[in-house]
Write a protein that binds this ligand. Structure first.
Ligand SMILES: NC(=O)C1=CN([C@@H]2O[C@H](COP(=O)(O)OP(=O)(O)OC[C@H]3O[C@@H](n4cnc5c(N)ncnc54)[C@H](O)[C@@H]3O)[C@@H](O)[C@H]2O)C=CC1
Ligand SMILES: O=CC(=O)O
Length: 308
């Protein structure tokens, strides 16, 4: 956690701060539930049903997740064990939308490929048809999942790039700029130049983007994923990229994170980021402060600020 968050945590609570950056092991998770009143996990810490089942009387009463996505926590199993869950919505929205736009621009304009060329010392100089990419201005973007981040991406696309916006959502939205709700995922996939994923992870959205959806996309279209890796069938994505069914992809998240298949790493038309969505000092501080606000509210017997 950032220095400001750590300082506040130490000032207000009796804390143990884990220094390792690797995910908690099964043993660590059980110890955490057994020994602490409140645990602040993050996205690699798999609090699955087994983590709770193994403990008869956990001391833990709150999992104050550091992050908005909570697909790594079995919330039903936590609640059955008497443990509440909170997350950090809002704090992450703009930074994650910015990362989506970074991936869109980098992939559309072949920025990674261009940078690799310059770094290799092989660049021969400007010429009229060198490394031509996709002009995003005026194109059609489709957003899968029109929540906080999906809408923030759409706003950037509309106001920044004059793109037309369509989205897939469970209900009609009124974002304050033109945006059309699509009838189905396949209809959306077939009609856009860039398909951006902004749904939560979890069983309901696992492999939402499968071979069928990729086949529906236009050959010049790009897929951008800032959601969760498991939302995309990664093997199907690799195949779609290899056969030219789609033109490129920009990924911040991976199905078996942090493993990134060699096939993806070898493809020039793919932009790969190491889950950087919220990675700014300010945003990680805001996330930590919100997580601590939840802790403080919980300990004061007040309602959680952002319960899951
Ligand atoms: N790459 C990164 O570093 C980050 C990734 N994320 C991911 O982004 C996700 C979204 O975050 P927020 O926008 O804050 O959440 P949100 O809850 O505001 O938005 C998610 C939207 O997706 C919709 N949705 C869920 N299942 C759907 C489906 N099958 N079809 C269509 N719509 C569906 C929901 O109704 C909701 O409107 C998080 O759950 C997290 O997994 C969030 C922050 C950073
Ligand atoms: O992936 C990050 C999150 O906040 O969720």
């Amino acid at each position: 956690m950032t220095a400001a968050v750590e300082a506040r945590a130490r000032l207000e609570f009796d804390v143990e701060i884990r220094q390792e950056t690797t995910p908690l092991s099964a043993e660590d998770r059980q110890r955490a539930l057994r020994e602490f009143d409140i645990v602040m996990p993050t996205l690699g810490d798999q609090f699955d049903a087994a983590s709770f089942a193994g403990i008869s009387a956990p001391r833990c009463r709150l999992l104050a997740n550091f992050g908005v996505g909570y697909n790594h926590i079995d919330v039903d199993a936590a609640k059955t064990a008497g443990i509440a869950v909170s997350n950090t919505p809002g704090a992450v929205t703009d930074a994650t939308a910015d990362t989506a736009l970074t991936l869109m621009l980098m992939t559309a304009r072949r920025a990674g490929e261009g940078e690799r060329l310059v770094r290799s010392g092989q660049w021969q100089g400007w010429h009229p048809t060198q490394m031509l990419g996709l002009h995003l201005t005026g194109k059609h973007v489709g957003i899968v999942g029109f929540g906080r981040i999906g809408e923030a991406i759409a706003r950037r696309c509309h106001f920044g790039f004059g793109m037309s916006v369509s989205y897939l959502a469970r209900s009609e939205k009124s974002p304050g700029f033109p945006a059309v709700r699509a009838d189905s995922l396949n209809v959306l996939a077939a009609s856009v130049d860039v398909l951006v994923l902004a749904v939560p992870g979890g069983a309901e959205t696992r492999h939402l983007i499968n071979a069928g959806v990729l086949a529906a996309m236009r050959p010049k279209a790009l897929l951008i994923n800032i959601a969760r890796g498991e939302v995309v069938d990664e093997a199907a994505l690799i195949s779609a990229l290899q056969t030219g069914e789609i033109a490129g992809a920009g990924l911040d998240v991976y199905e078996f994170e942090p493993e990134v298949p060699l096939a993806l790493r070898q493809m020039e038309q793919v932009t790969l980021l190491p889950h950087l969505g919220t990675a700014t000092e300010e945003v990680r501080s805001d996330m930590g402060q919100l997580a601590l606000d939840n802790v403080a509210a919980f300990l004061a017997g007040k309602p959680l600020i952002s319960p899951v």
